[in-house]
Design a protein around this ligand. Structure first.
Ligand code: ZN
Length: 474
């Protein structure tokens, strides 16, 4: 017999296990065998000297905020795919209307245009949306986000009564359902932002961090974790950004909560005094070098379960940098640089094991959101989504090469090592040496089951990040 495709001679990074020298055989859209001497294949990719990672699962993506959703579904997922992302979690935003009636149409639009698979998270703002969670779950969408602090003028904040009611409704859906929170104390942020506007009207990106004080994040994590524990609801904190927040994360876990913490690749790689300036404006803000270092410690000691991008693609013009600190807009594209950032900043500069990077970038998100082990690892029977990475291929980030509609990157001009030479998606060679070979419309929506948790959270936390054998050092 002959396999459809074999990725031969690579160092295969299996998050639960370590790094093994093996060939990966693919039949159709699934991994069919792992081992040596697997025999003939219709097509072989020689991965000698390279590592093979599970396709990256970016749990935190915003699409369609500036361009139509269908357009972003095409350009922005292409941008992610080229860097090794094969699945994304999209935060859908409807400020008023319920979601369930819209979901089939959104799914159809996505699947007609996208390059990566996806699951949806719904941002919950009102009673009507709270009343339809079971209908959303029927359609395979089982994660729901609450803004404890919204984006003033764009997204409203929810109060604690609503939050607790939401957590209770989610707990009722089953163990596969989960609440996500943007955890910041609303009034602390609003007061600090008003003070900054008064006192530093011409402030810098570094000043922006003061508008979202560390204690606002830490207090909100503490409160959300308490309410989720009361409700018996799984809780996922998006974009953890501070050392103080990380301390509350640890405390929430020790208190017995079923809590998961995400940070982002920009927060792990750019500090607030970076020369990128206001192009780097985001909510929550980029933080100090000490916070950035603390986040990597959280990655290494297992307090951080997942890493996403919080991708919010915008054009340079739409950032309105000329309007100064208070007039410019938050958000930046980050899909195209996600995995290279983690390899450059984590593996190369901080000796973070590749298994740890695969845990937070692949297995963690798939596991928390109920797509594991179909996604997030390399296993027989799992989806054949893989990224073949040359750890030493060095490349300078140029926005025009990133496939996104955005004409800037917060990493532009930075040199990074660790780009894919090939990306396999659903058994197809989707990217080869930076060129996208897949067609738009090859991405699929992943239904999740609210009653069932796939995998055990990220229970491999202990010991899972120790590699059997390290990839060759640089
Ligand atoms: Zn976000």
């Amino acid at each position: 017999m002959s396999w459809d495709l074999v990725i031969a001679n690579g160092e295969v990074v299996i998050p639960e296990l370590g790094i093994v020298e093996a060939d990966v055989a693919i039949e159709g859209d699934r991994v069919a065998a792992l081992g040596k001497g697997l025999g003939a294949a219709g097509e072989t990719i020689d991965a000698t000297g390279q590592v093979v990672l599970p396709g990256v699962v970016d749990p935190h993506v915003h699409l369609g905020l500036e361009n139509p959703f269908a357009d972003d579904a095409s350009t922005e997922t292409a941008s992610g795919l080229a860097s090794g992302i094969t699945t994304i979690g999209i935060f859908l935003r409807s400020l008023e209307d319920p979601y369930a009636p819209q979901l089939p149409g959104i799914r159809e639009e996505y699947e007609a245009n996208a390059f990566t698979d996806c699951f949806f998270h719904l941002q919950i703002f009102n009673e009507a949306q709270l009343a339809e969670l079971a209908a959303d779950a029927e359609l395979g969408t089982t994660s729901f986000k609450f803004y404890m602090h919204g984006l003033p003028g764009v997204v409203p904040s929810v109060d604690d009564g609503f939050l607790l009611a939401g957590f209770r409704a989610i707990a009722e859906l089953g163990d596969g359902a989960i609440a996500c929170v943007h955890a910041e104390n609303d009034s602390i942020v609003l007061r600090a932002t008003a003070a900054l506007e008064r006192e530093r009207p011409d402030g810098t990106l570094a000043d922006w961090a003061d508008s979202h004080p560390d204690e606002a994040e830490a207090e909100a994590i503490h409160r959300a974790a308490y309410l989720a524990r009361l409700a018996g609801c799984r809780l996922y904190v998006v974009h953890l950004s501070t050392r103080l927040g990380l301390e509350e994360a640890r405390a929430a876990r020790e208190a017995g909560g079923r809590v998961y913490f995400e940070t982002t690749s920009p927060l792990l790689s750019i500090a607030k005094d970076d020369p990128i300036g206001l192009l780097g404006k985001m909510s929550p803000p980029l933080r100090s070098q000490a916070d950035l270092d603390a986040l990597w410690e959280g990655v290494l000691d297992g307090q951080i379960d997942t890493v996403g991008t919080d991708n919010t693609s915008r054009s340079r013009a739409a950032k309105q940098v000329d309007a100064g600190l208070h007039g410019s807009r938050t958000g930046y594209p980050a899909l195209a640089t996600h995995l290279p950032t983690l390899i450059e900043e984590g593996y190369h500069r901080r000796s973070v094991p590749l298994t740890t990077i695969a845990r937070i970038a692949c297995m963690g998100p798939a596991s928390v959101y109920g797509a594991y082990p179909r996604k997030g690892t390399i296993t027989v029977g799992g989806d054949a989504d893989l990224a073949v990475i040359d750890l030493h291929q060095e490349h300078t980030v140029r926005p025009e090469e990133l496939h996104s509609f955005s004409d800037f990157s917060i990493f532009e001009g930075r040199s990074m090592r660790g780009w894919p030479t090939a990306v396999i998606k659903a058994g197809q060679v989707a990217v080869r040496d930076g060129e996208i070979l897949a067609e738009p419309g090859s991405g699929r929506y992943i239904r999740r089951d609210p009653s069932r948790r796939t995998g055990q959270g990220v229970a491999v936390r202990c010991g899972g990040s120790r590699p059997i054998r390290r990839a060759p050092a640089c």
